[in-house]
Design a protein around this ligand. Structure first.
Ligand SMILES: NC(=O)c1ccc[n+]([C@@H]2O[C@H](COP(=O)([O-])OP(=O)(O)OC[C@H]3O[C@@H](n4cnc5c(N)ncnc54)[C@H](OP(=O)(O)O)[C@@H]3O)[C@@H](O)[C@H]2O)c1
Length: 255
């Protein structure tokens, strides 16, 4: 039982691992023994984050724009050439576009959907051979999608496409879980509440008190809060969990 959370010998990919929630999860996976690839668009930031994360284990930076089909093709070919098996895929890269319902531009809608839904789906599809090669009946490969409580409840923020993309991601997660179980791959989503990252920074600066005041546990989330659930899902501890949408929100959804 003491090895329940060990990730020794596992290979993981964390998209959007250069900062924020992705970096918190990458560090957790590294500390529990996985080799972790991180990816994001800005190559220098991705490599800087990887250098920093290397203090905790074997980290590799592979920058790519994972909202674009050509980049997904290039990226997955490069990863496949390096790693025949991928045990853990954390689909974390995500963007939002703040605008009132009557003012959402097509450009903003497309950016959110291309990153949060289309890119996530086609990246996962392209990586199925490596996930299938890694999974066994006793120890399936893991897909961990990062959704949001905004995909479950109507948000405080004006970002209608973002909430719709995360609701779609949650549903896609359940479908992946159902269709991939026989191939020894689980799929779960983590639905974070507020975590202080670049994405949340503008809202924290303007309505931070309201955000924190709306959390029953009285604080926003930190690195251990999100990494703990990701490590559980990625390790032996989470081998029998699939199709779950797990809120990590300090109780916001209980209100
Ligand atoms: N922070 C919160 O309170 C909160 C709450 C609920 C859900 N979430 C979800 O958690 C995830 C991470 O959010 P965060 O708050 O950590 O955001 P963040 O600080 O803005 O980080 C986003 C990460 O994704 C990368 N990224 C964005 N677009 C990409 C693309 N097209 N291809 C590859 N990488 C891309 C970014 O790097 P580049 O810019 O260099 O590409 C960065 O590494 C998102 O899915 C978000 O929706 C966050």
């Amino acid at each position: 039982m003491k090895q329940l959370f060990s990730l020794e010998g596992k290979v993981a990919l964390v998209t959007g691992g250069s900062r924020g929630i992705g970096k918190m999860i990458a560090r957790g996976l590294l500390e529990y023994g996985a080799k972790v690839y991180i990816s994001s668009r800005k190559a220098a930031a991705c490599e800087d984050a990887c250098r920093e994360l290397s203090a905790f284990g074997d980290c590799v930076a592979l920058p790519a724009d994972l909202s674009r089909m050509d980049e997904i093709g290039r990226f997955t070919a490069e990863l496949a050439a390096r790693e025949p098996k991928l045990h853990i895929l954390v689909n974390n890269a995500g963007v939002s576009w703040g605008a009132k319902l009557g003012e959402v531009p097509e450009k903003g809608w497309d950016k959110v959907m291309d990153t949060n839904l289309k890119g996530l789906f086609f990246l996962t599809q392209a990586l199925l051979p490596q996930l299938e090669a890694a999974g066994t009946a006793a120890d399936p490969a893991r897909i961990i999608n990062i959704g949001s409580i905004d995909g479950i409840q109507v948000s405080l923020f004006d970002a209608i496409g973002y909430g719709a993309s995360k609701a779609g991601l949650h549903h896609m997660t359940r479908t992946m879980a159902n269709r991939l179980a026989a191939r020894h791959i689980t799929a779960n989503a983590i639905a974070p509440g507020g975590f202080e990252t670049d994405m949340l920074a503008p809202m924290m600066a303007t309505i931070g008190d309201q955000i924190v005041g709306g959390v029953p546990l009285g604080r926003i989330g930190g690195a251990e809060d999100i990494a703990g659930v990701a490590v559980m899902l990625a390790s032996r501890a989470g081998a029998y969990v699939t199709g779950a949408i797990i809120p990590v929100d300090g109780g916001v959804l209980t209100l």
